[in-house]
Design a protein. Structure first.
Length: 360
C-alpha cells in the first residue's frame, strides 16, 4: 500500500469496487449494542478529561472514542473477525447538532476525526494479517435528532427547530473530519427525513468540491411505520428520486422493524436503483426490556433469502445485532452472487411523497 494517504485511499477504493463486483460484501453490526455489553459507567464516559463536565455523559457513545478508545477499537476488531468487510465509525451522533444534547457541540469535529482514525487503525491491522482481503472504513453520519421537514410542536405545524443551512454546515464539518481520519466512503444513514439527507449530501458536496479525491457516498433510508414510508412521508422510490442526483456509491435501507418488515422496501429499491444495494436491518423489534430476541440464525436466514433473490450487494446489521449476528450473516451469504446493478433508461424522475416518472 502506498505511503501517500491519498494514493493509499485510492487503492483501497479500487479494491472495494472490485470486491463489490465479485461477491456480497458484509457490513458490521450495531455499535450501541456492543457498547452496552461492556456495562460502562458514567466515569468511563467522562474519563479524566471530562471529569468535571456539568451534565451527565453516560449514553454519549460517540464520546467514547476520546475517553475509552480501546473499547471502540475492540468492537471494530470483533466485527472484522466475525467476517465484516467494513467498519462503520462510531460517529452516528457525531455532529454538533446531536452533541448539543451534552453541551459538546465544539467537540463534534474532534469526535468524528477520532472515530474514523480508530476504525482505520482496526481495518489496517486486520488487512495486514489478511492482505488478500482488505478491510474498509465507512464514515458514518446519522440523521441528527432534529428534522427539517416536520414540526416538533403539534400546536405549531410551521415551526422548525433546525434549518437546511444549519444541517448542511454540521454535516460538512463532521464529513471533513471523517475524511481526514481515513474513511474510504461516507454514509448518510437511517434517513427518516429526506430533507435532512439532502442537507447532508449538500454538505458532503462542498467537501468534494474542495478535494481532488473521489468521495463516495452511501445512502441508507429507514421506514418508520408499517405503511412503508419514512417520517417525512416518502416511499422508498420517492426517496431514491430525491437523492439519486448525488450519484451515490450505494443506496439502501437500514434499521426499521427488522428484516422481515424491511424486505418490501429493499425489493422496491432493488427494482429501480442503478447502483449497488446495501441493507442492514435491526435484529427484529426490541422486547419490553428494550432487548432484541432475534437470534443470529434467524437474522442470517432472512438476509440469505434477500441474497438468493438477487436483491443485495452489501448486507449487515443494525440495532440489536452483534458480532455473532455478523458471523452468521457472513456465512449465510458466502458464495452467493451479488445483485446485478441495473441499467436504467433515461427519464424525468420526480418525487413528492410518491414518485413520478415521465418517460419519453
Amino acid at each position: 500500500m502506498s505511503g501517500d494517504p491519498k494514493a493509499a485511499r485510492a487503492e483501497r477504493q479500487k479494491a472495494m469496487k472490485q470486491a463489490l463486483r465479485e461477491r456480497i460484501l458484509v457490513l458490521d453490526g450495531a455499535m450501541g449494542t456492543a457498547i452496552q455489553a461492556y456495562k460502562l459507567s458514567e466515569e468511563d464516559y467522562r474519563g479524566d478529561r471530562f471529569a468535571d463536565w456539568p451534565s451527565d455523559l453516560k449514553g454519549n457513545n460517540d464520546l467514547l472514542v476520546l475517553t475509552r478508545p480501546e473499547v471502540i477499537r475492540e468492537i471494530h476488531e470483533a466485527y472484522f473477525e466475525a467476517g465484516a468487510d467494513f467498519a462503520s465509525s462510531n460517529s452516528f451522533n457525531g455532529t454538533r447538532i446531536s452533541q448539543a444534547d451534552y453541551g459538546m457541540e465544539d467537540l463534534a469535529a474532534e469526535i468524528s476525526l477520532a472515530s474514523a482514525k480508530l476504525a482505520r487503525e482496526a481495518a489496517d491491522a486486520v488487512t495486514a494479517r489478511t492482505p488478500d482481503r482488505p478491510r474498509f472504513v465507512i464514515g458514518a453520519l446519522g440523521p441528527t435528532n432534529r428534522t427539517a421537514s416536520v414540526s416538533p410542536d403539534v400546536n405549531n405545524p410551521g415551526f422548525r427547530n433546525t434549518s437546511f443551512d444549519e444541517l448542511a454546515d454540521a454535516y460538512e464539518e463532521s464529513a471533513r473530519a471523517l475524511w481526514e481520519g481515513g474513511a474510504d466512503v461516507l454514509l448518510v444513514e437511517t434517513i427518516f427525513d429526506t430533507l435532512n439527507a439532502k442537507a447532508a449530501l449538500f454538505g458532503i458536496g462542498r467537501l468534494q468540491d474542495d478535494t481532488d479525491e473521489e468521495v463516495p457516498v452511501m445512502i441508507s433510508g429507514t421506514i418508520t411505520d408499517m405503511s412503508g414510508r419514512n417520517l417525512s412521508g416518502q416511499t422508498p422510490e420517492a426517496l431514491w428520486n430525491s437523492v439519486r442526483h448525488a450519484h451515490p456509491f450505494s443506496m439502501g435501507m437500514n434499521c426499521s422493524f427488522g428484516a422481515e418488515q424491511l424486505r418490501p422496501a429493499v425489493v422496491d429499491l432493488a427494482k429501480i436503483a442503478d447502483v449497488p444495494i446495501a441493507a442492514y436491518p435491526n435484529a427484529g423489534l426490541p422486547n419490553e426490556l428494550g432487548e432484541y430476541d432475534e437470534t443470529p440464525e434467524t437474522t442470517a436466514a432472512f438476509l440469505r433469502g434477500w441474497a438468493e433473490d438477487g436483491l443485495v450487494n452489501m448486507v449487515g446489521g443494525c440495532c440489536g445485532t452483534t458480532p455473532e449476528h455478523i458471523r452468521a450473516i457472513a456465512e449465510a451469504v458466502a458464495g452467493l452472487k451479488p445483485r446485478e446493478v441495473l441499467e436504467v433508461p433515461k427519464a424525468m424522475r420526480l418525487s413528492g411523497l410518491e414518485p413520478f416518472t415521465l418517460a419519453s
